[in-house]
Design a protein around this ligand. Sequence first.
Ligand code: LMR
Ligand code: MG
Length: 486
Amino acid sequence: MAKITSIIDIGSNSARMAVFEKTSHFGFVLIKEIKSRVRISENAYENDGNLQNFAMDRAINALKEFKLISKSLKSRKIICVATSAVRDAKNKNIFLKRARDECGINIKVIDGEKEAFFGAVAGSNLLPNSDGITIDIGGGSTEFALIKNKKIINKISLKLGTVRLKELFFDKNDINGAKEYIQKELNSLPEEFHNENILGIGGTIRALSKIIMKRINYPLSILHGFSYDIETQKDFMEEIIKSDNKTLQKFGFKEDRLDVIKEGTLILLESAKKINSKILTTSGVGVREGVFLADMLRSNNYIFPKNFNPSVKSIEDIYEIDKRTSNYEVKFALNLFDTLNPLFEIDEKYKFHLRYAIKLSNAGEYIDFYSSHKHTNYLLLNSLHYGFTHEDRLLIAKIIKYNKKRKIKKDYISQYKELLPKREILESLCYIFWITKNININLTNPNIETKLQDNELILNGENIYLAKEIFAQKEFNSFQVKFYKK
Ligand code: LMR
Ligand code: MG
C-alpha cells in the first residue's frame, strides 16, 4: 500500500477528502482533511433522482482541487467512492464520465451494504467500544451495522437522509409526514438491531455532539469518543427539530448545518427509539477511514491484530520510542504495581493506563527535553485517538503530567472529576510511574528486585547510585523506599 493515500467520499450532502500517511505496516496518521459542501443530491429527489447540472459542477470543481491538494501532499493513491445520491441517479454515468475526463478520477459507486460495511470497519477498529450499532446519517441514506465483540454481525442501508427528508417533507412543513416516512423505513431493520450503544457516524451526528459538548461544559475538546446519555439530551433534540434558523444559530450550529440538522436529529431520535439505545458515542471516523482500513487490512479480515492499537503504534513510530527500554519499563512498572498493591489497593484495570503512560512516556522529549512530561501529557491526550475512551486518554496523560508531585492538588483536576478516578488512585499510579522512570535513570534497564515489607518498598539491585540520590529527595505519603545493593 502506498505510504500516503487519499480517500474521497462523495456523500449526498458533502464531499470530503481525508489523506492518511502510513508510519509502519499498520500504523497510520491522518495528515489532511478537507470538505466541500457539494450537495450533489440537491433537487434530485423531486427530479426522479437525477443529478442536476449545477450540483455536478460543484462536485467537479471540488474534485479538481482535492486532486491538487492530494498531489501537493505527495499522495500516491486516490480512492474515491460515491454513495446514496450518485448510486440512485439514473444519469450517474454523465457524472462519472465527467469526473474521469475532467479530473482524472475514477469514482467507485458503492452500494448501501458496502457503505454500511465501511462505516462499521472504521467504527469497530477505531472506537473503544466492542459492541454497538453504527448509525451513519447521510444526505440521502442512513447505514446501520450491528457490531458485537468487534465483529460486524449484520448491516443494512435505508433510504433515510437529511437532504432527502428536507426536500420531500421539511421544505413543505410536513414534519409528521417525515416522521411517518422514517418510521416506515425503520421497520425494515432486522429484529436483532437492538443495542444500548449507538456509534454515531457522519456530519450531522458530529455537529450535534459538538453542540451538546458545549451545552454541558464538557472539559475536553475532543469529539471522537465523546459519549452522551440520549434520554438526558432528548428534550434538547426535540427542541432542535422545532427550531427556526435563528434559534439553531444561537445553539451554535454552523451555517452549513442549519438546513439539515433538524432532519438529521429527527432520524437519530427515531432510530434510537427503534433500537432501544441509551448511549451515543460520537465517531470522528466513518466511510473514509473505513475505505482506507479495508484496503490496508484486506488480508487481515478487516480487523487489526489483537492488542494492536494504531494510535500507539504511530506515536512509537513518529517519536522513535526505544522499544527495548519501553518494554523493560512496562514490565518493571506492572511488577511494581503488584508489589505495592497490598498498600494501594487499586483495581487491576489501571494497569492498562500505567502500561501506556510508561510505554509512550518519552514521546514529549522529541519536542523538547525540558518540561517533556508536559509535552507528553498534551501529546498523548490529543493523539491517542483510536481505541481509547476519553477517560483512558485523560488518565494516561495525567499520570505523566503529575508523576513528579507528592500530592496532587484538588483544583488541578477538579474540572475532570467526571472522567478521572479518585485522586488517591491517580497519585498511586504517579508513584509507580515515577519510581519506574527513576529506577532506570541510567537507561541500563537494571535488574532490580522489589519487595514490600512493613510499609517499606525494598529495591535491590546494581548500578543504583544515581537512583538512590534522586529517591532520597522524594517523599512518599504512605511508604518509605529502601535500597539495597545486590
Ligand atoms: C453524506 O451524505 O453521507 C454526507 O455528506 C454527510 C453530511 O451530512 O455531510
Ligand atoms: Mg456518508
